[in-house]
Design a protein around this ligand. Structure first.
Ligand code: PGA
Length: 248
């Protein structure tokens, strides 16, 4: 059986009472799975996550951290701070961070390195936007994003990075990349990491409108190891259908 990595991204959604119910249901939904289940939530609810998800199979983290440990960085939250709440996963470089908060490949590189130093698994997001796909520069853009984000990272640390291909045109739009499109990039990235960094394999997620109706098809692809799930993770009954996916 293929072990799948299924990680939710709740984005800026839910509140204290909703998270309380959510964690309870997610813990139950993940109880018997052999898949890796995680959720990345908003920092204010980490204390609650830690309390509700202890003694569960559910890994958790947040959606952004800053790469410095402490100092005069008003409004930022460090990876070290979130780690106090048992975080072992961390989204880095999501396209919404790149787009609305002007995160650069260099910021992302520093954030990945900080997570690795602390033993937190960074979920490194990358992917092209619609115009770039139309202009047929998808692979060039992905190469740039990979090279920028991975610069200076030691070979032995690559196994701790979770790679998440999220074509921007598929995020929150209801438009999913076809399994063929997603698999093509998965193979491309794995081959590229092999050729340029000497990496034999990595965990590769697809993200962008993954839902129960398309999850099996996407997750069955040879080079795809899991999904980063936004909208469909907000309802545990939908997320749990994805969590239950079994690929032999
Ligand atoms: P979506 O979001 O599943 O709602 O498209 C995925 C993501 O942005 O991580």
């Amino acid at each position: 059986m293929k072990k799948l990595y299924l990680i939710g991204n709740t984005k800026m959604n839910l509140d204290f009472s909703k998270f309380k119910k959510y964690f309870k249901l997610l813990k139950k939904a993940s109880k018997n799975t052999k898949n890796f289940v995680g959720v990345c939530l908003s920092s204010p609810y980490l204390d609650l996550a830690q309390k509700c998800l202890k003694k569960s199979n559910v890994h958790y983290g947040t959606q952004n951290i800053y790469f410095e440990d402490e100092g005069a960085f008003t409004g930022e939250i460090s990876a070290k701070m979130v780690q106090d709440f048992g975080v072992d996963l961390q989204i880095v470089g999501h396209s919404e961070r790149r787009q609305y908060f002007y995160e650069t490949d260099l910021d992302i590189n520093k954030k990945i390195k900080k997570c690795l130093t602390l033993g937190i698994y960074p979920i490194f997001c990358f992917g092209e936007n619609l115009q770039q796909r139309k202009e047929n520069v998808t692979k060039k853009i992905i190469r740039q994003q990979l090279n920028g984000a991975l610069s200076g990272i030691e070979k032995q640390d690559f196994g701790k990075i979770i790679f998440a291909y999220e074509p921007v045109w598929a995020i929150g739009t209801g438009v999913t990349a076809t399994s063929k499109q997603a698999e093509e990039i998965a193979k491309f990235v794995k081959d590229y990491l092999n050729k340029h960094y000497g990496i034999d394999n990595c965990i590769f997620l697809y993200g962008g409108s993954m839902k129960p109706s398309n999850a099996f098809e996407l997750l069955s692809q040879q080079h795809i190891d899991g999904g980063l799930i936004g909208g469909a993770c907000l309802k545990v009954d939908e997320f749990s259908k994805i969590i239950d996916t079994a690929i032999v």
